[in-house]
Design a protein around this ligand. Structure first.
Ligand code: CMC
Length: 428
């Protein structure tokens, strides 16, 4: 294979190096493009063809449906690892030894207290506020309560910020949910595992003991692992670009939460369930909704279908579909919504419109069904996605800082008015 690509502009040829990744993917290195061509830029809205960084964290192959964290397959990690192990793997690059994992967990637990004054901020939100907005604001507010996490230069500073956010974030998640349902806030239990503690913080009632349900712990563990990283998606790119200005970790993560909130990204899991419920209320006519999704005059899209990168299947969706069946079976739940979801999937997989455009169920299609079985309110689904994605955001932020990446600052092709004279207000 050639090791350069040639661009010819107005008869002038310029060569640009090709860079090969460890999985044999190839990129044209255009770092010198503007200098070599006298100011030409590339134009790629939505970054469909643009690599923003080199990264050693997550590999995915959309054609083959492959997803690996640090070289380990998502299938193996979902089956054999727990969420905290995966978090360590993503952030620090290797699976932890037992000692490393214990220390990591201890450090997280030591940092799991949130300043009582944060409750005053939480109190100021209306009850109807969406928990993603609340979570993003409270995460940003953590900066004010932990000023030493802003100016991080050394690896030690970074480590301290990492364990701080991993300790406090689940507390904020639980508080956002409990506040909405009128439950008192608490700080969980240091003696529990990371995921067990999250469930207890979310669901413990003030007048009874919380009893752990292994089925729920395992299901949540798996869901969080499946969501833990997905290379340069919208929210992760946001975290990297905000962090590239050397804004602190909490501010960067807060921005990532806002990006994740949108229905085309993490907000899709909430949208999927609302869509399935609407179909059920409407008599369960999946064909009608298939037709709406295909009608270009109708803004309706089949939520939970399609992916920017996966064009054959989403490996996470495969695992989640099986998990949804298991969890509902184990809990003895008959959910008509699951049947509507399966029917819709079958129709889409056999429909020309979806087949031609390579639209398959994505990670969000079945996750909401499990969250619902766990009695997590629908508007908390995207918050659960954020909880899972947290280690990925942290890992990407840390990698970006350690590699001393420059500030993110894309170019544009200006298409507005050319220079014109100011017109005074009485002449407009
Ligand atoms: N229902 C109906 N048509 C669709 C859908 C859908 N869900 N998704 C894409 N299309 C059509 C789209 O109208 C377009 O058709 P045409 O070529 O005739 O104009 C074609 O498929 C390509 O779509 P696109 O919007 O250009 O594709 P994209 O790569 O820019 O967008 C996507 C990917 C995920 C935003 C999109 O498929 C979508 O909106 N899906 C529904 C929302 C969703 O489930 N999002 C969760 C993504 S996975 C979790 C995550 O990463 O956050």
């Amino acid at each position: 294979m050639a090791n350069t690509a040639t661009i010819e502009i107005n008869g002038q040829k310029q060569e640009f190096p090709l860079i090969e990744g460890t999985e044999k993917e190839v990129a044209i290195d255009i770092k010198a493009l503007r200098a070599a061509t006298g100011g030409f830029i590339t134009l790629d809205p939505g970054y469909k063809n643009t690599g923003s960084c080199e990264s050693g964290i997550t590999f995915l192959d959309g054609e083959k449906g492959i997803l690996r964290y640090r070289g380990y397959t998502i299938e193996e990690l979902a089956e054999k690892a727990d969420f905290l192990e995966v978090a360590f793997l993503l952030i620090f690059g290797e699976l932890p030894t037992k000692e490393q994992l214990d220390k990591f967990h201890e450090d997280i637990k030591k940092n799991s207290i949130v300043d009582e004054d944060v409750k005053k901020i939480l109190d100021a939100f209306p009850k109807a506020a969406h928990p993603m907005g609340v979570l993003s604001s409270l995460t940003s507010a953590l900066t004010a309560f932990n000023p030493s996490s802003v100016d991080v230069d050394s690896e030690e500073d970074m480590y301290n910020s990492v364990v701080r956010i991993l300790g406090k974030f689940p507390v904020l998640v639980a508080w956002a949910m409990r506040k909405k349902s009128g439950m008192p806030l608490d700080y969980g239990d240091k003696n529990l595992g990371y995921v067990e503690n999250i469930l207890k913080m979310m669901f413990k009632k003030p007048n009874e003991e919380y009893v752990q349900n292994k089925i729920l712990v395992d299901a949540l563990d798996k869901l969080l692992i499946l969501h833990a990283d997905h290379e340069q998606n919208c929210s992760t790119s946001t975290v990297r670009i905000v962090g590239s200005s050397h804004a602190g970790l909490f501010a960067s993560i807060s921005a990532g939460i806002s990006a994740l909130w949108g229905p085309l990204h993490g907000g899709a899991n909430q949208a999927v369930l609302e869509m399935l419920e609407a179909i059920k209320e409407d008599g369960g006519d999946t064909k009608k909704y298939m037709a709406k999704a295909k009608d270009k005059a109708d803004p309706f899209r089949l939520m939970g279908f399609g992916h920017r990168v996966y064009k054959n299947f989403d490996p996470r969706a495969k695992i989640i579909k099986v998990a949804a069946d298991e969890v509902l079976g184990d809990l003895g739940i008959e959910d008509p919504i699951l049947n509507i979801a399966k029917g819709l999937e079958q129709e889409a997989l056999n429909d020309d419109y979806f087949v031609k455009r390579k639209l398959y169920p994505n990670v969000d299609f079945y996750s909401g069904i499990i969250y619902r079985a766990m009695e997590i309110p629908t508007d908390m689904f995207t918050v659960m996605f954020a909880l899972g994605r947290l280690p990925g955001w942290i890992a990407q932020w840390r990698e970006m800082r350690l590699r001393k990446e420059p500030i993110g600052r894309p170019r544009q092709l200006y298409t507005g008015a050319t220079k014109r004279a100011f017109v005074s207000i009485n002449k407009r």
